[in-house]
Structures are given as C-alpha cells and as structure tokens.
Design a protein around this ligand. Structure first.
Ligand SMILES: Nc1c(NC[C@H](O)[C@H](O)[C@H](O)CO)[nH]c(=O)[nH]c1=O
Ligand SMILES: CC(=O)[C@@H](O)COP(=O)(O)O
Length: 210
C-alpha cells in the first residue's frame, strides 16, 4: 500500500531571482549537515537565487540556531534605511569605519552597499538522541524558538532541524542512507520552501493574493 505521507510539491516553480536567503547551520554531525546544506543551496540556485544572495553562517550547535537567526534577520535590516555612517547615527560622527588609524571618517562616509533584508532563513541542525534527556530539551526549545522568530519578524524561518532517534534516521534524511535505501535529502525541500515562502511573504506584504 503506497504511503499517504509526504510533501506534495507545488506546481508553481517560484522565482527566486530577486530573493536573498540566509542559511544558518550547526556544526554537530558535520557529514550530515554538509549534505543538507548542499541540498538546500542546490535547490535555491535551481530556483534562480543568485549565489551572491545566499548567505551561509555556522554556529556550534542547534541550540545556537535561534539567536543566530534572530540577529541575522535584524542585521540584514539595519542598513536598508541609512545612506551613511553619520546618517545611521543621526548626524553624529564617532570616528567610525575608515578611521582605524584614528582619523575621523569623512562626513557622510558611506556604509557598504545597503543590505537587502533576508526574504527567508533556513535553520539547519542535526540532533541525534543520546543517552540523556539533552536531546528532548534542545529539540523542544529550538523548535519553539524558531517558530517564534518567524512569527515575530515576519521572515520565514524554514525548520531544517533533524530530530533523529538513530544515526540511520539522520543519514537517510540527508540522502546518505547506509543500506540500499539512500533516503531523500530534506535539505532540498528546505531550499524550495525558502523560495516559496519568501515569494509568498513578499507578495502578501504588498496585499497581493492568488
Ligand atoms: N548533541 C547535539 C548538540 N548539542 C550541542 C548544543 O546544540 C549546544 O551547542 C550546546 O549545548 C552549547 O549551547 N547540538 C546539535 O546540533 N546536535 C546534537 O546532536
Ligand atoms: C542531541 C544531544 O544532545 C545528544 O546527542 C547528547 O547525547 P547524550 O544525551 O548522550 O549526552
């Protein structure tokens, strides 16, 4: 009997060419992480997201993912309104960038090109159950925190955290299964979800609905 489970892919091939996407990944269980990240990047590019608009950052473990997502979303917004350092500081000049030698930055010293806010963030981690309750506490806190960040900021945070009870469960969900069944790389699904949700939230923000 065929399974009723699984994601039904959208018929719409969402265009990612104008989107800016961040991938934040933990470094625990690196071989699995690397496969998931590569899967996500492959699909982002397949949907037209420019390589220059794909930002990848890493943190020690999954427990650090929520803070990283929160601060990167905030940081991606900070320069969109300021034309220069002094503008950012309301006209005050505290000898900022360009004055490492102590010379004041020229009035109106330009910031690096304004950031485009992230249209979506993919949070990737691999949690594998151990002998203690550490697994449960991290899974619970991280999942709730990532959901809160996306609802608070309005920026889609794609839940790319594997919560595996065994090594093989994690390997198969990265397309690295050790048996005959290699499994499916869920990172690909997360890349596609990031483009879809980034496209949706942009459109909805403009009051446009399908
Ligand atoms: N056991 C796993 C961890 N543990 C580390 C925590 O995520 C965190 O980095 C540490 O407690 C310091 O705050 N992280 C994973 O991503 N995967 C694991 O299986
Ligand atoms: C996900 C975890 O925190 C887990 O891998 C840690 O293993 P243990 O519970 O044996 O310390």
């Amino acid at each position: 009997m065929s399974t009723i489970k699984g994601l039904v892919k959208s018929d719409v091939k969402y265009d990612g060419s104008s989107l800016r996407v961040a991938i934040v990944h933990a470094r625990w269980n690196k071989a699995i992480i690397d496969s998931l990240v590569n899967g996500a990047i492959t699909k982002l590019k397949e949907r037209g997201v420019k390589e220059s608009n794909i930002v990848v950052e890493s943190v020690p473990g999954s427990f650090e993912l929520p803070l990283a997502c929160s601060r990167m979303i905030a940081g991606s917004r900070i320069q969109t309104g300021a034309a220069s350092v002094t503008d950012l500081l309301g006209g005050l000049n505290f000898n900022l960038p360009g004055s490492r030698s102590g010379t004041p930055a020229p009035p109106g010293a330009a910031l690096p090109p304004p950031n485009q806010p992230f249209d979506a963030v993919i949070a990737i981690g691999v949690l594998i159950k151990g002998a203690t309750m550490h697994f449960e506490y991290i899974c619970e806190s991280v999942s709730h925190a990532l959901m809160k960040i996306q609802l608070d900021t309005g920026v889609p945070v794609i839940f790319g955290v594997l919560t595996a009870l065994t090594d093989d469960q994690a390997l198969e969900r990265a397309g690295l299964g050790r048996g005959s069944e290699k499994g499916h790389n869920h990172g690909e699904d997360w890349g596609l979800a990031a483009v879809e949700m980034g496209s949706h939230t942009r459109r909805w923000a403009e009051g446009r609905f399908s």
